[in-house]
Design a protein around this ligand. Structure first.
Ligand SMILES: [Zn+2]
Length: 538
């Protein structure tokens, strides 16, 4: 019997869902929403897939997990960046607590959870975004071939930011619809054949669709073409209709099993209509000094943005050139963000961010940091209009022993509507109109969603919550102890009075609750990076 089912919908926001619900197009999400409490679920800062899903599973803020983005420092004395792997989850996640207490847990398509590790004889783990498309993504290992059979060839990702989809919205839409179909068949199989006690599955296609199709869906977007291809104005709506069918299937199973059902998202979504080029700006202000480059390197660095503009339309016309273009792009792309003169620079932006701004200080002098922050706060666009810049220090946002690994300056511009791109642009401008690439016309926001329903859950109500609250709430729903290290609260107000009277909230040291012999699962950081590049994340 399944007690708890969580379905993660990457990038889900009420801003998109509510109008679709109003039009009667998402009957199943509407049903789950009206059966119990719902509201917004605040993300981590920054609201990005890797830190957000990790913080959801562990209920630890990034100051404890040390994960602030897809690539992270492991050591405060080094600027080596590592990708996120399952070792960050292992022994820290709510499912590790449940495993040690005898539950069969199934974790499905979870981002950055690679390589998968064993969840016992009857549990399973299927790695999601960040994993290779091969047979190493499941425990038990033979589960992959079962998924291949039920899904007619299981797939992890649709690389929406890959040049092969540029100017081909129809191809992308059909591939996204296709991968939701595969995901749904896998979920149905796992829930009905494997029947874990607790299941947590994630659908990522919603995020990819919103990144790419936002400019079709939003007539105020700078890349919206009024007389363009109106066929795709509703591609986001159609993808949600397809996902709604999956929600219906999962909700039916939850009802049959008398299980608690949670719908959650890792972050919200909104338009991206400007781009701030952080390294170009740091350089113009004299905060960042490039290394002396060889003439060839210089040529590559200076001309890469032009080359990118030239190559992408060619690839659109001749998709067969895609792989060649990608390998040329990768060999060049490394240089602009990395050619920092460490001795003469006081700050730099790492080769990694697009959602919010991140700057590392190379100088220990607090006056230098103040100078960067003050200049940043004065930022204006090309027309001289002040931009709305919010600047944070790590201590404002995080708490824990890994705060020291966080970027020294974190900032948003126009509440995430202006992307921050460390790559150099073709213009001399630091703020350009439009997103960093056409495939990222939509971007992340802090406000995700949640809905709860089930026999122990109140029949209505609405209050805003934080994604750190999800793991303790799952443990509480099962009347199991909660590790003291978890930052979130039990969402007591979603439970019925009867359910509350049958449960007690107990906090215990993590080491008492998980199995001691957690092996280290080492990851191949280059392999993970390769998977993320195709998705436009790094
Ligand atoms: Zn995304």
């Amino acid at each position: 019997m399944t007690d708890v089912i969580v379905l993660g919908l990457d990038g889900a926001t009420w801003d998109v869902l509510d109008p679709l619900i109003k039009d009667g197009r998402l009957p199943n999400i509407e049903r789950v929403k009206s059966n119990g409490p719902s509201g917004t679920l605040e993300s981590t800062f920054p609201p990005i897939t890797a830190p957000a899903w990790l913080s959801m599973a562990t209920s630890q803020n990034p100051g404890k997990t040390g994960v602030f983005y897809f690539l992270n420092r492991e050591d405060p004395d080094s600027f080596e960046f590592e990708s996120v792997g399952s070792d960050k989850f292992h022994g820290q996640s709510f499912w590790d607590v449940l495993l040690a207490r005898g539950y069969d847990v199934g974790v499905f398509n979870f981002p950055m959870l690679y390589p998968p590790y064993s969840l016992g004889e009857n549990g399973f783990m299927v790695s999601g975004l960040g994993s290779p498309e091969d047979d190493t993504i499941t425990t038990p290992n033979n589960l992959k071939s079962e998924l291949d059979e039920v899904a007619d060839g299981y797939e992890i990702k649709v690389p929406y930011a890959d040049p092969k989809y540029r100017g081909r919205p129809g191809k992308l839409e059909s591939d996204l619809q296709g991968i939701v179909e595969k995901r749904e068949r896998a979920i149905e199989y796992l829930l009905t054949e494997k029947r874990p006690d607790v299941f947590f599955g994630v659908i990522s296609a919603t995020d990819w669709a919103q990144h790419y199709f936002w400019r079709y869906h939003d007539s105020s977007h700078p890349l919206y073409e009024a007389d363009g291809d109106a066929d795709y104005d509703d591609a986001i709506g159609r993808l949600w209709e397809r996902v709604d069918e999956t929600v219906g299937l999962v909700a039916d199973i939850a009802e049959r099993e008398d299980a608690t059902l949670l719908l959650v998202s890792d972050h919200g979504f909104g338009p991206v209509n400007k781009t701030f080029h952080s390294n170009a700006w740091l350089e113009s202000e004299g905060f960042r000094v490039p290394t002396e480059q060889s003439p060839v390197q210089k040529l590559r660095t200076n001309y890469f943005p032009y080359l990118r503009r030239f190559v992408e339309p060619v690839v659109t016309a001749i998709p067969q050139l895609n792989d060649l273009a990608k390998s040329v792009g990768k060999s060049i792309r490394g240089s602009p963000g990395e050619a920092v003169d460490w001795d003469r620079s006081i700050a730099f932006a790492p080769k990694q961010n697009l959602t919010c701004g991140m700057i590392y200080m190379l100088s220990d002098d607090p006056e230098d940091r103040k100078a960067v922050v003050n200049t940043l706060s004065e930022l204006r666009d090309t027309d001289g209009n002040r931009l709305e810049v919010e600047v944070y220090s790590p201590e404002d946002l995080y708490d824990g022993s890994n705060v020291k690994l966080a970027p020294d300056i974190l900032f948003t511009i126009d509440n995430f509507a202006c992307a921050v791109d460390p790559r150099f642009s073709t213009d001399d401008e630091f703020v350009t109109t439009g997103p960093p690439s056409a495939a990222r016309s939509g971007g992340h926001r802090m406000e995700g969603i949640y809905c709860a329903s089930g026999p122990n859950i109140e029949s209505g109500g609405s209050a805003d919550k934080n994604l750190l609250d999800i793991a303790p709430t799952i443990l509480y729903a099962l009347d199991e102890p909660i590790p003291e290290v978890m930052d979130g609260n039990v969402l007591k107000d979603v439970f019925t009075d009867e359910a509350l009277s049958e449960r007690s909230e107990r906090r215990e040291p993590l080491e008492n609750l998980v199995e001691a012999n957690i092996g280290s699962t080492k990851r191949d950081t280059n392999a993970v990076e390769k998977q993320l590049e195709d998705l436009g994340y790094i």
